[in-house]
Structures are given as structure tokens and as C-alpha cells.
Design a binder for this molecule. Structure first.
Ligand code: C2O
Ligand code: CU
Length: 461
């Protein structure tokens, strides 16, 4: 057997399965990940091509798939006209590799490169995306899936990565609208597209057989869109949220809501008969359409399987101790129809007009974007609880870098997540164990909100 890079990676996975220490191996030169412009047929045939920015020039960006515990080495080569960096969303990563321009690294200028090198401790569905001027760079296409495989493959017939996205495109020219910092988008619900895709395709169709069990890894990579999905012609369970396995698979009875940056892993059993179509229906509006269609051809097993087992737990999933947790508050204000008369920008209180003139519409604890002091500074190992008060008329998808949190309801902690969708006017509570040292961004993943005021950070030292 020849030890190519590929077999070496596979061996890393095997060792994780044998319970050997989870550690990566040096693989020599890092594989390049090139950010570049490309023209693709994103709109249906007959429409013009679209100029996008993609990882390796592709939509979706190159899928990175590694075994749990592996070492990921990627050299970002920036072939774009502007500086960029890569954030590995949801990975409990070494802070220096978190990819946040202006906080954990300098943005990588055009023509330059940066070596990302980190271990992935948790199995699950993650993604990576640009983290410099993300509101523009993600909207132009800079995002891809990062899949970390469990040591034992779960009992499914197929594993489908489904990146849900939307694009704001002028259908005449085929080009992405370049009004990225339009005040109207920033101060309202963010940039929502007029063209909805999965893996870069409108109404993506995949093949399936009756009684197949599929693992669907849904990733919402849109700037601001909240996807609402229903199952048709299949029954299913939610088995993981934001990469982290649920203790018990949850049968899906209702509409699934997926906020920006959130992931849901489903196991679905196809019940539709051969010749029929099953679907993940997009039910955001009164006119549902198949976000993903499953064309059923033939029969797999003769009967459907028994309910699935949970995915194996990840390491470090201990729930925080609410009784001793250090309490913090986050008050979200601003936006259209909001009540933000003034807020503090760079240490000075400014009126609404001045803030709006400078492109700021939101505040966190009365401060606009990236205060010099973090929202919370805690020592390593501290248990933290945080009340989040959304005093705006818009939903927000709050994302914590570097650590997963649990929502607290009725003094009980829920499943681990890295992004929480908070409805207009809601107060929600989260708690987490601050077990990863560094400076971690905490921001709304509606990327227009993040840049116009809704970004802060947490320091674990
Ligand atoms: Cu996926 Cu700071 O973001
Ligand atoms: Cu928001």
C-alpha cells in the first residue's frame, strides 16, 4: 500500500475510531484554497452567466471533508481584487486560526497568502466563509462546506451536503447587485436575494430510492435569509444542530427554521413511491416550491428502517453549571422602526443621524461595533450565562465564535449550538463553558447587521 496523502488522511480517521489520541499529522505542504473570480451559469440556462467570487472559483466552494480529529492545513491564496480571510464557522479552533480580519489576523491582501492549520475536535456539519467585508464577500459566493466525519459512518444510504443560499441578481445582466452597503438593507432585515439556490442550483434535484435513508446536511449560507422548510414524501429526524449531535434524534413534525449560518443534520426516510418526487419544500411564502427535489427511481430496502440511533457525542459536551455561571447581559437595539436615538461610537456618544451617516444602525449594550472592551472578559474554564434582549423589530441570528453554547429555558440547558435565531422583541438566554482561550467574536450573522453595529466579542484569558 502506498502512503499517499489520501490514505494518510483516512488513517487519521481510523485511529480516531480505535480510541487512540485524536491528533493530526503533518502532511507537508498545505493544499491551496484559492479565492478567485469566475463566471458561472448560476441562473438557469438561457440567462447570462454570473461573475462570482468563489473558493477555487467554484459555487459552492470546494468541499473540505476530513475525519474527526484530523489536522486541516490549507493555504489561502488570495486572487481577488480585495483583501480577505477565512473563518471556519463552528469549529472549536485555535484562536489564531479563527480567520477574523481585524481581530485574530490581518486581512490577506490581493496576491498574498495565509497558512491555516488547525485540528477539528468535533465531528459534524460546519462551513467556512470569508470574514473580511463578509457582507459583500459572502454575497459574492465565498463560502463552502467543512464536513468532519464521525469515526463510524452512520447507517444511511447517502450523505448529501445541501448549502442553501440566495443571490441578489439582475436577471438582465446576470450580475450580482453591487449595492452591498445599501442603508435600506442594513437597517431592515439585511440583504435577501431574488434567486434561491441549493449548492448553486435553483430547485436542485437529486436521485433517491423508496425507503432510502439519507443524511441531509443543511447549511444556511445566505447573508440574511431565514429558510423555512417542510418535508414532503419523506419522514425524518433532526440528529444534529450546528454540527453538534443531539442526545436523541428528534422526529420532525413541523416546519424547520434555519437562520443564517445555522446547520441542521437530518436523517430522512424516503416514503414517496418510484416515479414520485419527495422534497424539502421551501414554505417561506404562500407559494411553496421544492428547495430540493428527490426524484424517486426504484426501491432501496423493501421496508423503511427502525428509528435511527443518535450520532456519537463529541468531546467536551458538558453542560454549564447555571448556579455558578457568571451572568452577563446583551441589549440589542436600533434598526428601522427602532428606538435608538443615540449610541456610543469609538468612545463618543453620537446621535442617530450621525450614526446613520456613518453606516451604523444598530447597537449592542448601547455601543456600535467592536468596542475596545469585550462584552465579557472571563478566565479560562468560567461558566458564563448571557441574557440577550432583542429590543428591535427584526429577528437576529447571534453567533459565538470558538465555543458552542446552550440555550437556557426554564433553568434547563438545551442542545449545543453556535448560532441562535432570536425573534423580534424576544429575550433569550444562553450559557456556555468558556473553555477555549482567545478573543472570540459574537455577532449577528445577518451580515448587514454585523457590519452596521451588531458585532462584539468575548475574551477568554
Ligand atoms: Cu460565520 Cu463571524 O461568522
Ligand atoms: Cu441581526
Amino acid at each position: 500500500m502506498k502512503y499517499t496523502r489520501r490514505t494518510f488522511l483516512a488513517l487519521t480517521g481510523a485511529s480516531a475510531g480505535l480510541g487512540l489520541p485524536r491528533r493530526g499529522f503533518a502532511l507537508g505542504d498545505a493544499t491551496p484554497l484559492v479565492t478567485r473570480e469566475a463566471s458561472l451559469q448560476l441562473l438557469p440556462e438561457g440567462y447570462p452567466q454570473t461573475r462570482i467570487w468563489g473558493y477555487d472559483g467554484a459555487i459552492p466552494g470546494t468541499e473540505i471533508r476530513v475525519p474527526q480529529g484530523a489536522r486541516v492545513q490549507r493555504q489561502l491564496v488570495n486572487d481577488l481584487p480585495e483583501a480577505t480571510s477565512v473563518h471556519w464557522h463552528g469549529i472549536r479552533i485555535d484562536n489564531a486560526m479563527d480567520g477574523v480580519s481585524g481581530l485574530t489576523q490581518d486581512p490577506v491582501p490581493p496576491g498574498a497568502s495565509f497558512d491555516y492549520d488547525f485540528i477539528v475536535p468535533d465531528a459534524g456539519t460546519y462551513w467556512y466563509h470569508a470574514h473580511n467585508r463578509s457582507f459583500e464577500q459572502v454575497a459574492r459566493g465565498l463560502r463552502g462546506a467543512l464536513i468532519v466525519e464521525e469515526p463510524q459512518v452512520p447507517d444511511v444510504d447517502r450523505d448529501e451536503v445541501l448549502i442553501l443560499d440566495d443571490w441578489l441578481i439582475n436577471p438582465e445582466t446576470g450580475q450580482i447587485a453591487d449595492n452591498f452597503d445599501q442603508p435600506m438593507m442594513m437597517s431592515h432585515g439585511g440583504r435577501t436575494g431574488n434567486y434561491v439556490t441549493t449548492n448553486g442550483q435553483y430547485k436542485l434535484t437529486v436521485k433517491a430510492r423508496q425507503n432510502d435513508r439519507l443524511r441531509l446536511r443543511l447549511i444556511n449560507a445566505a447573508n440574511a435569509r431565514i429558510f423555512a422548510l417542510r418535508l414532503q414524501g419523506m419522514a425524518g429526524w433532526t440528529v444534529a444542530l450546528d454540527g453538534m449531535p443531539l442526545a436523541e434524534p428528534q422526529p420532525i413534525a413541523d416546519t424547520l427554521l434555519l437562520g443564517p449560518a445555522q446547520r441542521i443534520d437530518l436523517f430522512v426516510d424516503i416514503s414517496a413511491a418510484p416515479g414520485e418526487t419527495a422534497a424539502l419544500l421551501n414554505v417561506e411564502t404562500d407559494e411553496p416550491f421544492p428547495q430540493v427535489a428527490f426524484a424517486v427511481a426504484g426501491q432501496g430496502a423493501s421496508v423503511s428502517r427502525a428509528a435511527p440511533l443518535p450520532l456519537p457525542p463529541n468531546p467536551r459536551m458538558d453542560a454549564p453549571d447555571l448556579a455558578t455561571a457568571a451572568p452577563f447581559k446583551l441589549f440589542m437595539s436600533g434598526g428601522a422602526m427602532g428606538r435608538m436615538d443615540s449610541a456610543v461610537l469609538h468612545g463618543e456618544r453620537k446621535g442617530f443621524r450621525q450614526l446613520a451617516g456613518a453606516g451604523y444602525f444598530w447597537a449592542l449594550n448601547d455601543v456600535v461595533n467592536m468596542p475596545d472592551t469585550p462584552l465579557a472578559k472571563v478566565s479560562l474554564g468560567t461558566h458564563v450565562r448571557l441574557s440577550i434582549i432583542n429590543d428591535t423589530v427584526f429577528p437576529h441570528a447571534m453567533h459565538l465564535h470558538g465555543m458552542h453554547f446552550r440555550e437556557v429555558t426554564n433553568r434547563q440547558t438545551g442542545p449545543m449550538r453556535d448560532t441562535l435565531l432570536i425573534g423580534a422583541g424576544e429575550t433569550r438566554k444562553i450559557a456556555f463553558v468558556a473553555d477555549n482561550p482567545g478573543k472570540w467574536l459574537f455577532h449577528c450573522h445577518m451580515l448587514e447587521h454585523a457590519v452596521s453595529g451588531m458585532t462584539t466579542w468575548v475574551e477568554v484569558a
